[in-house]
Design a protein around this ligand. Structure first.
Ligand code: ZN
Ligand code: ZN
Length: 226
């Protein structure tokens, strides 16, 4: 392992671990509450499938935007986000296989915390939401919570057989599609849930155009700390 990989790995602190456990606990409560709500919903299969597909695309888009942001802007010394998120993304580039050695908490804790924003409204005021909205938010919460797990499976030599089946079917991020991102300079294929949105975002110059606009407005340079 390189010195940089070791240094970045050592940034995984006890307080970050506590934060991840809190994320899993909160997400667990909210996801169970949201699931109980949506199981009581009477809707057609088409509505359920529509909400599921839209939620998968949405979670994939969110993963791509977050991944791009943390790969592109700031550094380890960025307040709050440097240690909370940017470190793990920078570490992933210098040691892509490290993710396969992370346990369930380190893999999923941070994303679980983010999923609370989606699951909590359904768990607490789901009765006041339209059925489709509750279904969408609940499915999106699950996919956001377990995006890093899907990313981890895409890096494993031998993921569970059922996961490999989903990867081949295009329903989970595939190793082949994700390998594109790990080619230097890591400037495409940012989406790591299903990978569905990568074609759209990469072929439309979405990220490069966003970088030009942000640079023009703020003066910041993309990947300046790499
Ligand atoms: Zn990356
Ligand atoms: Zn990766």
């Amino acid at each position: 392992m390189s010195d940089r990989a070791t240094t970045l790995a050592e940034g995984y602190t006890r307080s970050h671990r506590v934060y991840e456990w809190m994320g899993l606990a909160l997400a667990g409560l909210c996801l169970v509450g949201a699931t109980m709500r949506v199981l009581a919903i009477e809707a057609t299969a088409l509505v359920w499938l529509g909400a599921l597909a839209l939620a998968m695309a949405f979670a994939d888009l969110v993963s791509g935007l977050a991944h791009w942001a943390f790969d592109t802007w700031g550094g380890l010394d960025t307040p709050v986000l440097g240690k909370l998120a940017i470190r793990t993304f920078r570490h992933h580039h210098v040691d892509p296989k490290a993710i396969t050695r992370h346990d369930f908490v380190e893999t999923n804790g941070h994303n679980a915390m983010l999923s609370v924003v989606l699951a909590a409204p359904v768990a607490h005021v789901g009765h006041a939401l339209p059925s489709f909205a509750s279904l969408f938010l609940t499915f999106a919460a699950f996919f956001v919570a377990f995006t890093s797990q899907l990313h981890k499976w895409a890096h494993m030599e031998h993921p569970p057989r059922v996961v490999r089946w989903f990867q081949r079917a295009g329903l989970a991020l595939s190793p082949e599609a994700h390998a594109v991102h790990h080619e230097s300079p890591h400037e495409g294929a940012y989406c790591v849930t299903t990978g569905w949105m990568n074609v759209l975002l990469d072929r439309t110059c979405f990220f490069r155009c966003a970088e030009r606009v942000i640079s023009a407005v703020t003066g910041a340079r993309p990947r300046a700390s790499e």
